[in-house]
Design a protein around this ligand. Structure first.
Ligand code: FAD
Length: 456
């Protein structure tokens, strides 16, 4: 098999030493699994040839971008698997300013794509906090969100078309530059959040918008976490839709400050990071002023509006480093991704605190509160069996808290392996049956990321 793969990719494109394989055995979670080989295609044609070989030999193929996933979706849990990693397919093929689209290969790093289109005054809004270490293909496969999704929507809202290698090696092209297209089923959408189980995405056509020229960013500090979560609804109830509305609780703030020394106040129970943007300065300023007033009326101790680009970058540095800062605090963290109706945020935040107190393990709460998307992160030591069994119970209780208010298990990270046991409970048997049938129709041999999303 290695010889056959090397014929397609050259020896440089096939990795199989223990050292190389170890590097591809993880994602952003604590899950691990060593693959049999790793392949690094450079073209759609090579990807198709690899899939044909794998189908013939019935070898599982695990798609991988940069392995930043938080659901163990790209972890090769089956030791027979070959990881197919798209980081060498990192070309931006076309920026079409007139139609406001960009055509890119799956392995382009999201921040690189954003920087390139911004040079032409255009804007690609989806901005996962992992923007510098995740790929367009991985973002599509997980339908990634991010802070800006409150105003701008998630990755699938920008997806116009795809090139996908199917499980039998055929190459499917979906969509195109027309904004409206109802010719047949919406296959493009079907691959968003398919987590590598339905096909291998090799190229994407993405919609762009005009780059906002005005931005204002504020940090509101609260002595009460409950007040901070009530404020989220108070802002949106006034009809203001900020670009971002992020919540970070005290546990997370303390970890960030210990790691980054950014001068954050560590005696507050929560902060909100709020940004308004647009092309008209007076509107953007009026909105941030109104938000400041609402925050103060809702109990904020202070509201600081960034005066310079540097101050703004500092606030975003703080927010984007939550994950890595928490990772320094305990040997392991389990980052959940529940999404609840916005009105239920205060109740769910209280329940999360209750779960933490009941089991005696810290839960840091942060996330895209404007979307109702919270990332409760349990900090623990997996080597301690008592803590690990508590974490498993806590995970179930966190999901129950979300489902009981009409929420869902995942807003942007996907199901992967970690949420698989709760998938059917959350969606019901009919939904899971329909999804299984789609999977079977597209991948009858079950070679594309088997064991992810569904229990095999
Ligand atoms: C610090 C940190 C912050 C994060 N913040 C956010 C955030 O704000 N918002 C958010 O949505 N996520 C966030 N994430 C999660 C993660 O970055 C996203 O899920 C991202 O989309 C994964 O991209 P990736 O290229 O790393 O994919 P991987 O982790 O390599 O893969 C993820 C899934 O996509 C599949 N896949 C990857 N490439 C392809 C392809 N070409 N074709 C088919 N399937 C493919 C894999 O099989 C797997 O199931 C964060 C992660 C970290 C570590």
């Amino acid at each position: 098999m290695i010889e056959k793969l090397a014929k397609i990719l050259g020896y440089d494109g096939v990795l199989c030493t223990p050292e190389d394989l170890a590097v591809y055995s993880y994602d952003g979670t604590f899950a691990e699994g060593v693959p049999r080989a790793v392949v690094l295609p450079e073209t759609t044609g090579q990807t198709s040839e690899i899939v044909k070989l794998a189908a013939e030999a019935r070898i599982p193929l695990v798609a991988r971008g940069m392995g930043s996933g938080l659901a163990a979706g790209s972890v090769p849990i089956n030791s027979e698997s070959i990881v197919i990693c798209f980081t060498r397919m990192n070309r931006i093929l076309e920026i079409d300013a007139q139609n406001a689209t960009v055509q890119a290969e799956a392995g382009v790093v999201t921040a690189d794509l954003q920087a390139e289109v911004e040079k032409q005054g255009l804007f690609y809004p989806p901005d996962p906090s992992s923007i510098r270490h995740s790929t367009i293909g991985g973002n599509i496969a997980c339908n990634a969100g991010g802070p800006r999704c409150l105003k701008y929507g998630v990755t699938s809202n920008y997806l116009l078309g795809l090139t996908v290698v199917l499980a039998d090696g055929r190459i499917l092209k979906t969509g195109g530059k027309p904004i409206k297209d109802v010719t047949g089923y919406n296959l493009t959408s079907m691959f968003a959040s398919s987590e590598g189980t339905l096909g291998l995405i090799t190229e994407a056509l993405l919609r762009l918008v005009a780059r906002p020229t005005q931005v204002r960013t504020a940090l509101a500090e609260f002595d009460s976490l409950a007040n901070a979560s009530h404020t989220v609804n108070a802002i949106l109830a006034e009809g203001i839709v900020p670009a971002t509305l992020e919540l970070v609780d005290q546990t997370a703030i303390v970890c960030i400050e210990e790691a980054m020394h950014l001068g954050l106040a560590t005696d507050v129970e929560a902060v909100l990071i709020i940004e308004t943007d647009g092309s008209d300065e007076s509107t953007v300023v009026r909105e941030i002023d109104a938000i400041g007033r609402i925050c103060r009326e809702s109990g904020a101790r202070t509201v600081k509006v960034a005066k310079t680009g540097e101050e703004r970058d500092g606030l975003w540095k703080a927010r984007r480093s939550v994950g890595s800062s928490l990772a320094r605090k305990a040997p392991n963290k389990l980052g959940e991704d529940i999404t609840v109706p916005r009105s239920a945020i205060p109740e769910v935040v209280e329940r999360l605190r209750g779960i933490s107190a009941k089991h005696g393990l810290p839960i840091a709460i942060f996330g895209h509160a404007g979307d109702g998307n919270l990332h409760p992160n349990i900090l623990f030591d997996k080597r301690n069996p008592e803590q690990w069994s508590k974490v498993q119970r806590m995970m179930g209780e966190i999901f129950e808290a979300a489902l009981s208010v009409g929420g869902t298990l995942s807003g942007e990270h996907g199901v992967g392996v970690l949420k698989r046991p709760y998938f059917e409970h959350a969606l019901g048997t009919v939904s899971v049956d329909v999804q299984r049938r789609i999977k079977h129709a597209l991948d009858p041999l079950n070679i594309l990321n088997p064991g992810k999303m569904f229990e095999d």
